[in-house]
Design a protein around this ligand. Structure first.
Ligand SMILES: NC(=O)c1ccc[n+]([C@@H]2O[C@H](COP(=O)([O-])OP(=O)(O)OC[C@H]3O[C@@H](n4cnc5c(N)ncnc54)[C@H](OP(=O)(O)O)[C@@H]3O)[C@@H](O)[C@H]2O)c1
Length: 250
């Protein structure tokens, strides 16, 4: 089935590794050109770019800190030059510290909010006016389920991303008339190869998942591709969880 990706330019942030990499490769396999964003993982990004080119689509590598508006503007300039304007964005980049709020230094919580909340605003402010002008666009933000449920050890990223959920809902109302859809994909624990749990810790965690396992990067890409596809043109302002049944709010 053609899901309408051929010739579309999709920016995926934090796509050198893990979940972002899986989404980038899956979108390339469907014929999309990929704006492959990374911040530090240059070597991994180069490898993914090579794998993407093997699908016969275009790929532009872009580097930047999404918390810095200047970097995001530079990312757009590079993408405009190398791919043309961006049709869809998947903001997969993020940073979450795992600890009690009382173990934070102020600069640590500021940085987390800068990435997980202001990063979304920077991307929207930079890229969405063009989507509005063309009367077509989709923006997906990836968050953790802690943004919906709360989590004492993910307290700052959960709050920042809860703010991003609210921002995208309000934005969805604003830009809906311009045929731009804004949705959030909310994740349970996904093993992307860097979790670092002991076997005992992992067993404890798995007990909290009705589907009796934690997620894989491959569990995420199907929903993201669907939300970017023509079939999801009437879905906006939603939060969709991929979490093995871990939480069932709403
Ligand atoms: N894995 C999970 O269990 C899980 C659960 C819930 C939510 N999530 C969220 O899902 C997304 C993907 O998760 P993941 O586990 O695959 O990878 P991840 O390591 O949590 O983050 C993905 C990428 O974000 C990029 N990044 C971090 N700070 C950035 C900044 N200031 N500017 C630009 N990019 C930045 C990093 O790119 P570089 O490596 O190039 O620096 C990193 O590779 C993340 O947003 C994560 O918080 C993950």
């Amino acid at each position: 089935m053609d899901i309408g990706f051929k010739g579309k330019n999709i920016l995926i942030t934090g796509a050198a590794k893990g979940i972002g990499r899986g989404i980038a490769l899956a979108a390339a396999a469907e014929g999309a050109n990929i704006g492959l964003h990374y911040r530090e993982s240059e070597e991994a990004a180069l490898q993914v770019a090579k794998e993407i080119s093997d699908y016969g689509v275009k790929v532009a590598l872009i580097k930047g800190d999404i918390a810095r508006l200047k970097d995001v503007k530079q990312m757009k300039e590079t993408l405009d030059h190398e791919l043309g304007s961006v049709n869809f964005i998947v903001n997969n980049a993020g940073w979450a510290q795992v600890k009690s709020f009382f173990k934070y230094e102020p600069e640590e919580w500021i940085r987390e909010v800068d990435i997980c909340f202001y990063g979304v605003l920077n991307l929207v402010h930079t890229f969405m006016p063009e989507m509005i002008g063309k009367n077509q666009g989709k923006f997906i933000n990836i968050v953790g389920d802690s943004a919906r449920t709360g989590d004492r050890n993910l307290i700052v990223s959960a709050a920042a991303r809860s703010g991003a959920i609210s921002f995208l809902k309000s934005l969805a109302i604003d830009v809906g008339r311009n045929n731009v859809q804004c949705n959030t994909v909310s994740l349970g624990l996904i093993d992307q190869g860097e979790l670092g749990f002991s076997e005992v810790e992992l067993e404890k965690v798995i007990k909290q998942y009705p589907l009796n396992r934690i997620g894989k990067a491959d569990d995420v890409k199907g929903m993201v591709l669907f939300l970017l596809s023509d079939s999801a043109d009437w879905i906006t302002g939603q939060v969709i969880s991929i979490n093995g049944g871990h939480s069932m709010l709403g």
